[in-house]
Design a protein around this ligand. Structure first.
Ligand SMILES: Cc1cc2nc3c(=O)[nH]c(=O)nc-3n(C[C@H](O)[C@H](O)[C@H](O)COP(=O)(O)OP(=O)(O)OC[C@H]3O[C@@H](n4cnc5c(N)ncnc54)[C@H](O)[C@@H]3O)c2cc1C
Length: 499
């Protein structure tokens, strides 16, 4: 994309923030508007796993792998499966080096993304009321606080009840017939031994009789969970239960879960907060729409689905990164949207069909069916294989006459030191598999190119004299790599300057 374009993202969830971060990595301006008053204005919810074939790829595109790894909990991948009588049906303990789907607290993920977009990018306290086409290919966004904004490209990242969606589709989410109630347990290692026994370092899933209890360890000694059941969306009104009265909800749930084993009931009785009702809604699947100029959707706005399989956040972030890459790489906004939707729509449609069917199976009447329990070892291998495959496809340079080699150009690279973020400028020129150029003005040595991977040596003179060996991978106009010196190794990310 070359011409100046007013790009507006509605929604600072993981998908919208990821899109903003990657766009800014390419030097593209963007503003994000969110209804929340601030990043921590509401309870962010529990933990989620970052899949190697989607969420982790987006995190890598954003140059945030190290930051994310510092927060992620690989041990959280452990899972126990029980029936409603308390019988253990299956257990999964991840290998020590298994990083196919490490857990991260949602609140930490969102805060990390907010901290890595430019200051002032997110305009909090802006609830979109309506988005209207102005007829000349641009849009007007009207917010509840009276602000109106015009945009050339509107990206709807505003979740299940998107106010941008009506610009491309009449679809609205339907109630799946399943309601979750959020429960929370604080300081579990000291205060909730019965919960710890069931959840361990990871997750516990128990189901049967059209009901389920799910427990998930979060960081800092928290366990969050769901007590869930097949029910009408307004079950509490129908039952005459005040949803804001924990005692009334607890009494109702004890009757609902009357056939359940006593050892599972602390999830119902011992919660430290109240019960937050989350009715599960999904969009019709597979959802597609005719391309509309200057507007698109990502994440839940495009494909809210049942939370089974943990695809929601992973797809939202991959959508965000891919859309940003398409905007940076295509000559026009419409070419970028077309390229992005051609991949996003079929991919999310397929996942949504599977996730919605899995939810339905999990809440089937009668006993839990052990044949429906996923093989997590195989699932993790699939994530890893699909992730490697995705990167291989990305790395194949599609060179046509007149285009530059993958590495050629001037790059700004960023790395963290004890003195904060530092930058350096790299200039690369390739001939066959030989790489020449400069590192902060000094010639590089021993430069080599292998597909989209480069390596070279350089002598630094600032902050002190030091010989370094660098390896890096190029992905479009971004790069990630490592600089190694005798006693240390520093990761860096970089972006190519516009020619
Ligand atoms: C009970 C439950 C459990 C789940 N568990 C998992 C899991 O384990 N793993 C997983 O991957 N996914 C899970 N999900 C799904 C996951 O939460 C979503 O898929 C994910 O958050 C989607 O990200 P997003 O950025 O598209 O949208 P969201 O996270 O919904 O963010 C949307 C943003 O838009 C803002 N917004 C909304 N309306 C407006 C408006 N009108 N104007 C301005 N801003 C607006 C909101 O404030 C929010 O910040 C779960 C969902 C539920 C309900």
């Amino acid at each position: 994309m070359t011409s100046p374009t007013r790009i507006v993202i509605v929604g600072a969830g993981p998908g919208g923030l990821m899109c903003a971060r990657v766009l800014q990595g390419y030097g593209i301006d963007v503003a994000v508007y969110d209804a929340d008053a601030s990043v921590d204005a509401r309870d962010p919810g529990g933990t989620l796993d970052l899949h190697a074939d989607s969420g982790q790829i987006a995190i890598e595109d954003a140059g945030l792998t190290d930051e994310c790894n510092a927060l992620a909990r690989p041990e959280g991948q452990a899972k126990g499966r029980l029936d409603h009588r308390g019988n253990l049906l299956a257990a999964f303990v991840p290998d020590e080096d298994d990083c196919a789907a490490p857990e991260i607290d949602r609140g930490q993920l969102r805060a990390m993304l907010v901290a890595h977009v430019k200051s002032g990018t997110v305009r909090w306290g802006h609830r979109l009321i309506a988005a209207t086409a102005l007829g000349d290919g641009t849009y007007c966004l009207r917010f509840a606080n009276g602000v109106t904004v015009e945009a050339d490209l509107v990206i709807g990242a505003d979740g299940a009840w998107s106010r941008v969606r009506p610009l491309v589709s009449d679809a609205v989410p339907y109630y799946t017939g399943i309601s979750f109630l959020d429960v929370r347990f604080d300081d579990v290692d000291n205060r909730h031994p019965r919960i710890v026994k069931l959840v361990g370092d990871g997750h516990m899933f128990a189901n049967g009789d059209g009901r389920a209890i799910i427990g998930q360890r979060n960081s800092n000694g928290y366990v969050r969970g769901y007590v869930a059941m097949r029910a009408d969306a307004d079950w509490y009104d129908k039952a005459g239960v005040d949803i804001d009265d924990p005692d009334a909800v607890r009494q109702y749930l004890l009757t609902e879960f009357g056939t359940w084993a006593d050892e599972l009931l602390p999830f119902v009785t011992d919660t430290d907060g109240g019960y937050i009702n989350r009715a599960i809604y999904a969009l019709p699947t597979p959802l597609t729409w005719e391309h509309a100029p200057g507007v698109t959707l990502l994440g839940d706005a495009a494909h809210v689905m049942a939370p089974f399989g943990g695809f929601g956040v992973n797809l939202a972030m991959l959508d965000g990164a891919e859309l940003a890459r398409a905007i940076a790489g295509e000559a026009t906004i419409d070419a970028a949207i077309t390229r992005y939707e051609a991949t996003m729509l079929p991919r999310s449609g397929e996942h949504a069909v599977g996730a919605n069917a899995a939810l339905d199976r999990f809440f089937a009447p009668g006993d839990a069916d052990p044949t429906h329990i996923p093989d997590h070892q195989a699932e993790h291998q699939r994530y890893k294989d699909a992730g490697a495959d995705y990167r291989r496809r990305q790395a194949i340079p599609t060179l046509t006459e007149g285009t530059t080699m993958a590495a050629d150009g001037t790059w700004t690279i960023r790395f963290n030191t004890r003195r904060g973020e530092q930058q350096a400028e790299l200039v690369f020129s390739t001939a066959g598999n030989v790489l020449t150029g400069t590192f902060d003005g000094s010639a590089i040595d021993d430069g080599q190119v292998d597909g989209n991977d480069v390596s070279f040596k350089a002598e630094l003179t600032s902050p002190f004299k030091m010989n370094i060996k660098c390896t890096a991978s190029i992905d479009g106009d971004t790069t990630t790599g490592k600089a190694k010196a005798l006693m240390m190794s520093v990761a860096f990310t970089g972006t190519r300057k516009a020619a």
